[in-house]
Design a protein around this ligand. Structure first.
Ligand code: Z5A
Length: 200
């Protein structure tokens, strides 16, 4: 099973991925956790370039780097893991491209869909948990973190991205589960657990 987690920065993805991993492991399943961009030495190098404040990237350069990192990760890690029946939990996947590069940066969404399809070559998440959090709450949670290049974009950018995730969850309600992520860690995880248990 392939599960991705989406949402704005500080929505609690890393926290919930760890809880879901522990849950699956306790039931005897083999689980791998990954993040995007990243998850392999090659893709982590691309991540450094993408998040560094040393470079000014235009939207196209940024997009190509995200897709290159995703293509490599999918081919070399996600596909083989799914073929050997492991559960794959991924912090972000192609919905982030639609939300950040499409809704946030204003790139053409049809073009992005095509790029996403080419990068993942038919490997799609079975479930996507969209951790839907108010921007003020996520900002408070991320207060201590030093902002990277993308996190340094203004509030206007993040409200467009948030709107993008909202729209996506309405367009694909079967796959994308809209989770109220303003609640406590335990309450958020309960919503996820109920969906996983009903899915079995
Ligand atoms: N990006 C893109 O533009 N296009 C793409 O295609 C892709 C990505 C794939 C990667 O960022 C950046 O790349 C990201 C989108 C862009 N940029 N932004 N903005 P990243 O991987 O470095 O970081 P992130 O994914 O944005 O977020 P994060 O810092 O990893 O946050 P998180 O994983 O969602 O949250 P967390 O670490 O679990 O929680 C943050 C804090 O809140 C922590 O102290 C927790 O203990 C606390 N927390 C978590 N949940 C709760 C609840 N429920 N209550 C209270 N406190 C909580």
């Amino acid at each position: 099973m392939f599960i991705s987690f989406e949402g704005i920065d500080g929505s609690g993805k890393t926290t919930q991925i760890q809880l879901l991993k522990d849950y699956f492991v306790s039931t005897g399943l083999e689980v791998i956790t990954l993040r995007e961009p990243g998850g392999t030495i090659f893709s982590e190098k691309i991540r450094e370039l993408l998040l560094s404040k040393d470079f000014v990237l235009n939207s196209f350069t940024e997009l190509m780097l995200f897709e290159a990192a995703r293509s490599y990760l999918t081919e070399n890690i996600i596909k083989p893991a799914l073929e050997s029946n492991k559960v794959v939990l991924c912090d972000r996947f192609f919905d982030s491209t639609t939300a950040y590069q499409g809704y946030g940066r204003g790139m053409d969404k049809k073009f992005l869909t095509l790029c996403n399809q080419m990068a993942v070559s038919s490997v799609y998440p079975n479930i996507t948990f969209y951790l839907n959090v108010q921007t003020e709450i996520s900002r408070k949670r991320s207060e201590k973190k030093v902002a990277d290049r993308i996190e340094s974009a203004g509030d206007d950018f993040f409200s467009k991205v948030q709107n993008g995730f909202d729209e996506l969850s309405k367009m694909f309600p079967e796959r994308i589960k809209n989770i109220d992520a303003n609640l406590s860690i335990e309450q958020v995880f309960n919503q996820i657990k109920i969906i996983i248990e009903n899915n079995n």
